[in-house]
Ligand binder design. Structure first.
Ligand code: CAA
Length: 261
């Protein structure tokens, strides 16, 4: 499948969609066209009934080195504001299946923000995260001031974004930005991400999507509303075959056979 200029798409497992950023000459800098490809592939995967989870990755050297600076450098305020530059990054939130970011090398600026927009980040020990926009005379525009702050707290977020320094995989793990740092070795982080995606794809899709929706609601809602939202989704799942099957399988001491219904 070679429909895209800046990304590769494949199915390493029938239930797993893999999207590989592939603009090596610019360390996967996210041009407008590149980002459009990513969104399109994500939407395709989300719509594909066979897919249960999505993995997004880059190269060994770079997950993505940011928004494309060369494309941005001559932009005027009128261009940026008039065309609502980067507003389509919010479309990432519409993807309902889990997205795992498998990060090796640089995840800077928009690259860090893209990873933060995913549901789970796995990092290789070589991963280097950061929001260096301050060094370019701007601020993060793809969600960094909001998502990184929620992830690491105000003091660290301020330090990272005001100095623009990079932070490594171990720091990212300690601060809860990444779920896990995998062992060193080429391809390891992708291997682990695909394995995790495969495991998630074997669960009932409805419960998987409801989990993602409920966890994300924790970032949008006051606690009482979030708890109510969770409980209503929980109640709703009792209308599914997968709940009947999952609980019957437990009682009968066998593996469940989910049908996503
Ligand atoms: N945009 C455009 N091109 C980029 C790029 C970017 N963000 N990052 C790297 N490249 C290009 C370089 O221009 C270079 O191209 P040429 O070979 O044609 O000169 C190529 O990728 C390789 O880069 P380097 O030679 O710089 O590689 P390096 O190994 O010496 O350094 C690096 C790697 C530290 C990541 C360095 O490339 C770098 O600092 N990149 C910019 C990082 C950055 O500032 N990102 C934030 C962008 S702003 C943003 O993302 C806004 C937002 O919030 C959405």
């Amino acid at each position: 499948e070679q429909r895209y200029e800046n990304i590769l798409t494949s199915r390493p497992d029938p239930g797993v969609a893999l999207i590989t950023l592939n603009r090596p000459k610019a360390l996967n800098a996210l041009s407008t066209a590149h980002f459009r490809d990513i969104l399109s592939a994500l939407n395709d995967a989300d719509a594909d009934e066979k897919v249960g989870a999505i993995v997004l990755t880059g190269s060994e050297k770079a997950f993505a080195a940011g928004a494309d600076i060369l494309e941005m450098k001559d932009k005027t305020y009128a261009d940026a504001y008039g065309n609502n530059f980067l507003s389509n990054w919010e479309d990432l939130k519409k993807i309902r299946k889990p997205i795992i970011a498998a990060v090796s090398g640089y995840a800077l600026g928009g690259g860090c923000e893209l990873a933060l927009s995913c549901d789970i980040i796995l990092a290789s020990p070589t991963a280097k995260f950061g929001q260096p926009e301050i060094n370019l005379g701007v601020i993060p525009g793809g969600g960094g001031t909001q998502r990184l702050t929620r992830a690491v707290g105000k003091a660290r977020a301020m330090e990272l974004m005001l100095t623009g320094r990079m932070f490594n995989a171990q720091e990212a793990e300690r601060w809860g930005v990444v779920a896990k740092v995998v062992e060193e070795g080429e391809g390891k982080v992708l291997e682990e991400a695909v394995g995790m995606a495969k495991a998630i794809a074997s669960k009932g899709r409805l419960a998987v999507m409801a989990t993602k929706e409920a966890v994300n609601a924790a970032y949008e809602m006051p606690l009482t509303e979030g708890l109510r939202f969770e409980r209503r989704l929980f109640h709703g799942l009792f209308a599914t075959n997968d709940q009947k099957e999952g609980m019957a399988a437990f009682a009968e001491k066998r593996k469940p056979n989910f049908t996503d219904s």
